[in-house]
Design a binder for this molecule. Sequence first.
Ligand code: C2O
Ligand code: CU
Ligand code: CU
Length: 473
Amino acid sequence: MAVDTVGEVDFDRALDVPPLAESHLEGGVRTFDLTMQAGETDLGQGSMTPTWGINGTHLAPTLRAERGEDVQVRVSNGLDEASTLHWHGMHLPAQMDGGPHQMIAPGQTWTPHWRIDQPAASLWYHPHLHGQTARHVYQGLAGMFIIDDQDEAGLDLPRDYGVDDLPLIVQDKKFHDDATLDSSTSFMQSAGITGETVLVNGTPGPYFDVTTHTVRLRILNGSNTRPYNFAFEDDRAFALIGTDGGLLDAPVDLHEVQLSAGERAEIVVAFEPGEQVRLQSGPSDTGDRLAGGADHLDILQFRAGDHLGGVQQVPRELVEVPRIDESTAARTRDFDLSGVSINGQEMDMARIDEVITLGDTEIWNVTNLDGQTHNFHIHDVQFQILDIDGREPPPHLRGWKDTVWLPGGQHIRLIMTFTDYPSTQWPYMYHCHTLRHEDQGMMGQFLIVEPGQSTQPNDYHLQPDRGHGERDH
Ligand code: C2O
Ligand code: CU
Ligand code: CU
C-alpha cells in the first residue's frame, strides 16, 4: 500500500522561507539568541496545530556565519520540558555539541560558543536528547545553519537568500482529524512515523515564484524516518553542487537525488520563462515500503515568471576536495548495525564505546546487517566514502558527508580525520539518524583524547546522571 499524492496536492500557499536569524557582535563574537517555545501553527488542517518552534511557533530561523568567525548561541528553553540543541554537521568541541549531555532545563539558557572552522556548507540544528529526539523534532524544532567562506563566495552561484537560494526543510507529517499531529505508527513500522503530508519549511502545498533562470536549493531531509528520492516531474537534469559538508569539486548532473533522514544536498536547477514544474519524490532504492520507500509524493511547485534574470550557468569547477589517502589511516573500526543496536549494544550515556587519538585518520567499516534501511551519522567530523559494497562511490557521493544511507545489507567504508578538541569528559555521538532507532538506542559515544592517553574505553567514566532525559520505547 504505497502512498501516492501526485496530482492531489493543491499548491496554493507561497513557500515560507525561514528568516535569517539576527545576530550582533559581542566582543567580536557573533551572537545569536534562540528561544524554544510552544505555540500553534496553521499547517493547512482547517484549524491550528499545536507545534513547537524557535523564535516562533514552528521550525526555526536560519543561522548564518562565516568560516573563521567566533560564534555563540544563547539557547533559552521556553518549553515546559527539558531539551537540547545540536549543531548537526558542525566541527566543534563536544561540550558545545548539544547532544544528550547538554540538557537545557525549562527556563534555563545554554550558551555554547566555538569558532567556525570548516568549508561553506548547509548544516542544520535540532534537539538531541536521550530517548526523545524523534518527538522533539516532530513537534517542529529544526532549522538550518549555513556556513559561508571565501571559496564559495568567489564562485558564480545563486546566493540571494529567499530569491534564488532557498533552504528546503522537507518533513512529512500525519494529522488527527482535529489538526493535532499524529505520531502513531502501525506495529509493522519499526522505523517510526511516515506521513502523507509533506511540508516544506513548514508550508503545506507550497509553491515558489521563480524570478531567476537558476535556483539553488539547499535540501534537508528533516523527516523522522522517510527517505526521499527527489526528482522533477519532467525528469529534468539538475546540477548537484554540494553534499552534507560542503561543495563538490565539480557539479554532477543528476535526474534524482536520494536523501535519508538528516542528509542534505545542494542542487542548482534551471527554469524556462513561464513554466510550472513540480519537485516530487519517487520510490527510493531502499525498497523499504514501511519507511515510505515506495511512495510517490508531490512536494513543491515552481512557477517561473516571464522574465528570468540571475545566474545563467553553474561554474564547471567548484572547490578543491582533497581525497583522504587510505594509507594514512591509523586504524580501522567496525560498526555493525542491527535492530536498534550498534555492535550488539544499545546506547548507554555512562559508557564510552570508542576512544580516538587526536590527529588520527581512521577508517570506519559500517555494515547494515538488517533487511531494513538504516543510516549512519558521525558528530564533529565530515567524512569521505571510500567504497560501497567494495565499489567506488558514484560522483555524487565523493564529497564531504556527515550522514550516509545504508539500505539493507549494505557495507560502506568511511574515512575521516579527528583534528581537534580532545576531552576525557565530553563524548561525541555516532548513530542511526532514523530518529526512532536513535531514541531506542542505536547510538554510541566516542572520545577524542591526546596522543599517549589510553584508548581503552573502560578507562574513562562519565557522570551517569549528567543528562536527565527519559527513555521512551
Ligand atoms: Cu542530526 Cu546526532 O544528529
Ligand atoms: Cu549530528
Ligand atoms: Cu536505523
